[in-house]
Design a protein around this ligand. Structure first.
Ligand code: LRH
Ligand code: MN
Length: 425
């Protein structure tokens, strides 16, 4: 199933309402000195990678409720990313997870990606599950394992993942380690960390010169007492130990309650070590919920630091923008459409912050004024700008409405039946 520009134009119907909203808002913003065209172009240029492991129904240990018409192979997954991109014009990339998405026909996969305007972003290794036929188990860890042979197997897997990524045009390897302990005394923290550093350096040393390494941290799960790469500081330390092309990846769900993630972002950007994001939202743990569904203001504050950093931290690389979610009850594609909208909205609102006025108010210690400047931007309904960015690219005025009026899920079920199951979480 592929959505054409005509499909979407038909679904958009009459644009009068949008044009009136856009005219009214852009006049107001122009009066405030905002370059509206430049802002809309920035939003249009902002491309988010879709996780290949989140195109089917997710689940928990308490159960998984299948979703009909799921992609049954990598080609169909890229087709689904193509549908998201056709509707939103902001999902022009996919992030693969190996071995869940090891290509069998590279030419076919690349052809479908080209047809849908999709590029291959960061590729993820997986040493948190045992694969049939592998000699050693990762039950007690992988890159941090006390057993040299098991660490070597995990390093070899990461190198193999890079080989796969090279064939697809990816330039970034993401490492997330489940390695850790569930009981005090189970393992030496120091030995686990030094083994991990040694393993990461080996992998980094094998990376092609034009590749980067993203090190993702997480405080707990699946281990429930300690995780070797538990927080931004540990990831930052390991990235520095590896070298200039190693960075920290921030997954929004990988923080203890009430963590100040925007300060983590500012700190990493100031050191040129923020490499990318896994966007999602959460109420309690690593819930992998729809972006902006629980804490939209926190996401806005994070984008405020990103906008500042992108303007003032030339030492920081271009960031890898990715979603990492799990869909337990929503249609996976509708969930991702909502996440993409929430990310664009937070970015557009952050671009409206008058950074000069904010700096002046900060220097005057005018705390009230600082908040007024931030919340003035946050309270602006930027949806007409997002619509404009999509329409400029031939996308949907309202992606969810178009997805439903074009009966996309029904079409996918018609093509794939009700029992295909997508690989992934
Ligand atoms: C770990 C994580 C990591 C992926 C996995 C699918 O919680 O966020 O990014 O490898 O989810
Ligand atoms: Mn993640």
């Amino acid at each position: 199933m592929q959505l054409t520009k005509q499909h979407i134009a038909d679904a958009n119907g009459n644009l009068k309402g949008h044009q009136a909203d856009y005219y009214y808002l852009s006049q107001k913003l122009i009066d405030q000195g905002v370059d509206v065209d430049a802002l809309v172009q920035k939003v249009a240029d902002f491309q988010v990678a879709i996780p290949s492991w989140a195109l089917g129904a997710g689940g928990t240990r308490f159960g998984r409720f299948s979703f009909h018409g799921e992609p049954g192979n990598l080609e169909q997954k890229i087709g689904d990313v193509g549908i998201l991109h056709a509707l939103t014009q902001t999902a022009g990339a996919v992030s693969l997870h190996i071995p869940w998405d090891t290509p069998t026909d590279y030419a076919a996969v690349k052809q479908i990606a080209d047809q849908n305007g999709i590029v291959f972003d960061a590729i993820n290794s997986n040493t948190f599950q045992d694969q049939p036929g592998t000699k050693h188990s990762y039950k007690h860890g992988s890159l941090a394992n006390s057993d040299e042979a098991i660490r070597a197997q995990a390093v070899a897997h990461n190198n193999e993942v890079v080989r796969i990524g090279e064939k697809l045009g990816s330039k970034t390897l993401t490492i997330w380690l489940a390695d850790g302990t569930s009981f005090p005394g189970q393992r030496s923290f120091q030995k686990a960390l030094s083994q991990t550093e040694k393993s990461c350096k080996e992998i980094y040393g094998e990376l092609p010169q034009d590749w980067s390494l993203l090190i993702e941290y997480k405080p707990y799960e699946p281990n429930f007492y300690s995780t070797v790469i538990m927080d931004w500081g540990t990831s930052f330390m390991l990235a520095n130990a590896c070298g200039d092309r190693a960075y920290t990846l921030v997954d929004l769900g990988h923080h203890l309650p009430n963590s100040n993630i925007e300060q983590v972002v500012a700190t990493l950007m100031s050191k040129g070590k923020l490499g990318g994001f896994h966007f999602n939202d959460s109420k309690y743990g690593d819930d992998d919920l729809t972006v902006g569904s629980i804490k939209p203001y926190a996401l806005f504050l994070i984008f405020n630091e990103l906008v500042y950093g992108m303007a003032n931290n030339p030492q920081n690389p271009d960031l890898a923008w990715m979603i990492d979610a799990s869909h337990n009850i929503k249609d996976p594609l509708e969930d991702l459409l909502q996440s993409l909208e929430a990310i664009q909205e937070a970015y557009a609102k952050a671009l409206l912050i008058d950074q000069k006025a904010l700096e002046a108010a900060q220097l005057n210690h005018d705390v009230v004024k600082c908040q007024e400047i931030l919340q003035g931007a946050y309270r602006t309904d930027v949806r007409p700008l997002l619509q404009k960015a999509r329409l400029n690219g031939g996308g949907a005025l309202n992606p969810i409405e178009a997805y439903r009026s074009l009966k996309v899920r029904e079409g996918l079920i018609g093509e794939r039946g009700k029992h295909t199951v997508a690989t992934g979480l």
